[in-house]
Design a protein around this ligand. Structure first.
Ligand SMILES: NC(=O)c1ccc[n+]([C@@H]2O[C@H](COP(=O)([O-])OP(=O)(O)OC[C@H]3O[C@@H](n4cnc5c(N)ncnc54)[C@H](OP(=O)(O)O)[C@@H]3O)[C@@H](O)[C@H]2O)c1
Length: 336
């Protein structure tokens, strides 16, 4: 495709802590020309994820750090409109790491998967059928491994990952207790996501007492999205052979200096518990089975989801800040 403009959100300054709108700029570049093996994707929806903070942090975590001047790395979903790769034909929809931009010249490894044509909205492939739903699915099925009748606790319970994790636990027969911030989110967890009990950590003066009341039989598995004080309180009430999935650290305002807190070893030792960190791409070979389950549960009405839709490229720079403020209600997505 020749001619035309490609709007891009680029990293203008490196934040320490939560990225703000002022850390990003909007620029216009030509639509890229394709090399052999590449294909051109026109993005339809851009994702906003807590992980983006790690990708641009000074001490980057598990992926190469983005440099000032780079186009912001992001998950997105879009349509192949031109191709020099026989495995990707115009008209196909794909989800992958295509950046906060209108168009991307894509090499095959950047693709997570082709979008199934099953009538579900395209944006869901960034949320409940994207990284977030898969994260809830794998953290729950592979790490927490709930058995019927067990008590499972999930933090950021109303969020995109948390709501999927909580519902997977319920589908597996567990009793599920959510932890979230604010009365509105508590109500969503009860009404839409089927939690058995929910704790509002912002309103609750004593998290230990609230957990004790909500989990009278103790805690068999914990899906941890926050770390910090919530994690510490849960650990004090785990049962023998509890499983703890370390999925995210949303409560850490900054990683420099490194946050400190109570030591977990004694709880893990005495309760012979397992605490395991995971990244969803660890389970790439199982994406097919997971997506089949998630699609089926949505179609059967067993798995609910929420989307919080922002409009246009201009909404991108301030969106990570919105996510960390907790102001979003469901998966934060930008519609182009
Ligand atoms: N391991 C992986 O492969 C993987 C993949 C994707 C995501 N994740 C992690 O999963 C978690 C959820 O991601 P998401 O995309 O679904 O985001 P989300 O839950 O929709 O949004 C983040 C939530 O974090 C909570 N939060 C913010 N500051 C907090 C604080 N100081 N203390 C406690 N909670 C706080 C807020 O919920 P409340 O309003 O309830 O406080 C906010 O809505 C994140 O930690 C993310 O890093 C991990």
């Amino acid at each position: 495709m020749t001619g035309g403009e490609n709007r891009q959100i680029w990293l203008q300054s490196r934040p320490n802590g939560i990225p703000r709108a002022s850390d990003f700029g909007l620029r216009t570049a030509p639509i890229p020309t394709l090399k052999e093996g590449q294909f051109l994707v026109r993005n339809a929806y851009l994702s906003v994820d807590p992980a983006m903070r790690g990708w641009i942090a000074d001490k980057s975590t598990y992926w190469p750090r983005l440099e000032v001047g780079d186009t912001m790395r992001a998950y997105s979903v879009g349509e192949v409109i031109e191709s020099r790769n026989p495995r990707y034909v115009p008209g196909e929809k794909v989800m992958g790491i295509f950046g906060w931009q209108d168009y991307a010249a894509v090499d095959e490894p950047a693709v997570y998967y082709k979008v199934q044509d099953n009538g579900l909205p395209l944006s869901l492939w960034l949320g409940v059928l994207g990284l977030n739903g898969l994260t809830g699915y794998f953290g729950m099925t592979e790490v927490c491994q709930p058995k019927p009748g067990e008590t499972v606790v999930v933090s950021t319970a109303a969020g995109s990952v948390g709501s999927a994790a909580g519902q997977v636990a319920r589908i597996k027969g567990a009793r599920v207790v959510g932890i979230t911030g604010g009365a509105e989110k508590v109500q969503q967890c009860l009404d839409e996501f089927g939690y058995d009990a929910v704790i509002d950590y912002k309103a609750e003066p004593d998290i230990d007492a609230a957990l004790k009341a909500a989990c009278p039989d103790g805690i068999d598995a914990y899906f941890d999205n926050t770390s910090g004080a919530i994690h510490d309180a849960v650990l004090r009430q785990i049962n023998l052979h509890a499983r703890i999935a370390i999925c995210g650290t949303a409560s850490f305002a900054s990683w420099d200096p490194w946050p400190e807190g109570p030591r977990p070893e004694r709880h893990l030792l005495v309760k012979r518990a397992t605490m395991r960190g995971f990244l969803t791409p660890d389970f790439e070979d199982k994406y097919g089975r997971a997506l089949t389950d998630l699609v089926t549960w949505i179609q059967e009405g067993k798995l609910n989801y929420r989307e919080d839709m922002l409009e246009g490229m201009e909404a991108a720079p301030g969106s990570i800040e919105t996510l960390y403020s907790g102001a979003n209600s469901g998966k934060l997505v930008i519609r182009l």
